[in-house]
Design a protein around this ligand. Structure first.
Ligand code: SAH
Length: 393
């Protein structure tokens, strides 16, 4: 077993059960890609077992802080069982959910989503890559399912020195799946969709939106960055008369249209627009259009804190335009999924947008990701999605 010895004073992070060891913290030692290594403090005392990653800034990702624990097939079985046992207790109003959420489930670099009878996994670290077959077999055994599609095509894999890989890992067949979420049905293609196919983390916020649209009687709804129209279907379910979905992905919009029909709504109530959101907001303003509810769910503008400043301007801009476009008493459901933008900073950005619009509003709700994308106490980096539901004055 190879040993990685940390520099003096660098043991605190692992002692606090934060699972990452950065390159600069290491005094001595190395390993092969994905190899299990022992990490010790400068004085030689045990800190963690982890997976070594020679190409990554995050040089070791900890598997376990228990010296007596062996990192073997049984270890992965235990971790997978534990993650599934928690999911069974969480309130998940869907047959689609995140079963394994990386670090939060003690399996750094591994994401597994279930879409009805299909599993989709992303192996984004050398450690999860090394144990791929063991993990795949346990996933099938633990869920009783037979199909597992691999979507290891996220950019983060290149930071780990891993090539992208997609395709059936277990089983085969159609990659098209239909899921049930709250009262609606949605389809996706696990081979083609964004991430693993769908944004499961917004499930409960879609329901909140449907409820708010109904409660406040919003009739004209603008869904910005709609992807396949999850919030659009929610708005229709909430009683909206007209919904405009805007996205820069044509295939996603075609699916949004299909979802309106799939859920039995009159297609005339929904319009798809393949366009840039910022430009669309400006056009709508020029045309003097107003809306009763607007969703802003943009892609990650700030992947890390280093991008926070430019991202802040981009968030502020769209929020300012949306606040202007809202009728008095209208709803803004605005999000940031950037890890580099804290909930506090996001609130400040939206405050700045309100000042510039000018518009004020009541914060009705502060929201995050669904509970199957858990955030843990010891891993603050796990926080990414935050949203504010605002009632314009
Ligand atoms: N709200 C969606 C998820 C949105 S993900 C849901 O509930 O499922 C972000 C979306 O923004 C993606 O679909 C992407 O195609 C789209 N997008 C990215 N940049 C854009 C831009 N400049 N204008 C319009 N859409 C954009």
């Amino acid at each position: 077993m190879k040993t990685i010895r940390l520099r003096e004073g660098k043991e605190r992070s692992l002692q606090r059960r934060h699972p990452w060891v950065f390159e600069g913290s290491i005094a001595k030692g190395s390993g092969d890609a994905g190899e299990t290594v022992k990490v010790t403090a400068a004085d030689g005392s045990f800190l963690a077992w982890g997976a070594y990653s020679p190409a990554s800034q995050i040089r070791v990702r900890a598997w376990s802080f228990d010296e007596a624990e062996r990192i073997d097939a049984d270890f992965f079985e235990r971790r997978i069982e534990a993650a599934l046992a928690v999911r069974a207790r969480l309130p998940i109003a869907s047959d689609a959910m995140r079963l394994i959420h990386g670090e939060a489930d003690g399996l750094p670099g591994l994401v597994v989503d279930r879409y009805a009878d299909t599993l989709v996994a992303q192996f984004a670290s050398t450690g999860s890559e090394r144990w791929k077959d063991v993990i795949a077999d346990h996933l099938l055994a633990a869920t009783g399912l037979t199909r597992l599609y691999e979507r290891s095509d996220a950019n983060v894999r290149s930071l780990e020195g891993l090539e992208p890989r997609t395709g059936w890992l277990r089983g085969k067949g159609e990659t098209e799946v239909t899921l049930q979420e709250h009262q609606w049905r949605l389809s996706l293609d696990v081979a083609e969709g964004h991430k693993t196919g769908y944004y499961l983390d917004q499930r409960d916020n879609r329901k909140k939106f449907a409820d708010a649209v109904r409660h406040y009687g919003a009739k004209r709804v603008l869904n910005c960055y709609s992807y396949t129209g999850g919030f659009s279907v929610a708005a229709l379910a909430g009683g909206a008369d007209e919904v405009l979905s805007v996205d820069s992905s044509g295939p996603a919009l075609a699916r949004a249209d299909a979802h309106v029909r799939l859920n039995g709504f009159d297609a005339a109530r929904h319009t798809s627009l393949d366009a840039d959101v910022n430009q669309t907001l400006r056009h709508c303003l020029e045309q003097g259009r107003t809306f009763d509810a607007i969703v802003l769910d943009p892609p990650k503008f700030a992947p890390s804190a280093a991008h926070a400043e430019r991202a802040s301007r981009a968030y502020k801009d769209i929020n300012r335009l949306a606040l202007k476009l809202l009728a008095p008493g209208g709803l803004l459901f605005t999000f940031s999924c950037s890890g580099g933008i804290s909930a506090d900073l996001f609130h400040k950005i939206v405050a700045g947008a309100g000042l510039d619009a000018p518009a004020d509003g009541f914060i009705l709700d502060r929201v995050g990701a669904t509970p199957d994308h858990p955030q843990t106490i010891c891993f603050p980096e796990g926080e990414y999605l935050k949203g504010l539901l605002i009632l314009k004055r």
